[in-house]
Write a protein that binds this ligand. Structure first.
Ligand SMILES: *[C@@H]1O[C@H](CO)[C@@H](O)[C@H](O)[C@H]1NC(C)=O
Ligand SMILES: CC(=O)N[C@H]1CO[C@H](CO)[C@@H](O)[C@@H]1O
Length: 219
């Protein structure tokens, strides 16, 4: 009797599987695989595509996003690692992407703002982390309510007076704080020569060295 029942259940499972030819199972699985994994793989991949210049420095682009032409208030975003730390929105350039295009894309993704791209403040080098960042000025004309990083990682944004922004960046992002020095100097001298700020050494009181005539060292 028991043997009969076992046989029956085996037959039932067998017929169940027979009801679905193998190709439907394959299609079903690959459908779900595509749905769940492909977007993530794409994301990881696009986020791992780093562009480097000749001496192995990662190429980045960022914007100082100002409320208006007075350049008194600038928008900072929370760090993706530590929500209570503020940073200048910016990130890695993508293959074949111009620095100005990358800068606009990055601030849209990270800060949810669009605007009018202004001057190139300079190319700022971080010798510790080995990256060089093209930093532009952007006049914000539009603030999106739901932007990519807000939705995905809960990134925040906040307006700061430029002095305060420079101060909050000073301890954990000294190179980013130096963008504001370039801003001051640009105002005073009125020229548009890109500067290269270099911060080196592993110590926590880095010295900077803003070199005014460093076009030749810009690669
Ligand atoms: C520009 O923004 C500042 C604050 O950042 C504000 O005090 C000033 O009135 C604004 N100027 C104009 C022309 O909107
Ligand atoms: C395409 C993509 O996922 N880009 C993200 C890569 O990571 C940075 C920060 O870690 C995000 O700002 C991008 O949106």
């Amino acid at each position: 009797m028991k043997n009969e029942a076992e046989k029956k259940s085996v037959v039932e499972i067998d017929s169940l599987l027979h009801g679905f030819p193998h190709w439907t199972v394959t299609v079903f699985l690959s459908f779900w695989f595509t749905f769940f994994f492909y977007p993530n793989m794409m994301k990881i991949k696009s986020n791992q595509t780093r562009i480097y210049d000749g001496d192995g420095y990662k190429k980045r682009a960022a914007c100082l996003c100002f409320r208006n032409e007075s350049e008194e208030e600038v928008l900072l975003v929370s760090s993706s690692r530590t929500q209570d730390k503020w940073i200048v929105p910016g990130g890695g350039m993508e293959p074949e992407e111009e620095p100005n295009v990358a800068a606009v894309r990055e601030v849209c993704e990270e800060a949810g703002v669009k605007g009018t791209l202004g001057r190139l403040l300079g190319i700022f080098e971080n010798t510790d982390r080995k990256h060089r960042t093209y930093v532009y000025v952007l006049m914000v004309t539009e603030m999106l309510e739901d932007w990519e990083d807000s939705v995905n990682i809960g990134r925040k944004r906040e307006w700061f007076k430029t002095d305060d922004a420079s101060r909050v960046l000073q301890c954990h992002k000294p190179v980013q704080a130096s963008y504001f020095e370039a801003l001051q100097q640009g105002c005073l001298s009125g020229n548009m020569t890109p500067l290269v700020a270099t911060i080196g050494g592993g110590d926590h009181s880095p010295t900077y060295n803003i070199n005014h005539n460093s076009r030749s060292s810009i690669r």
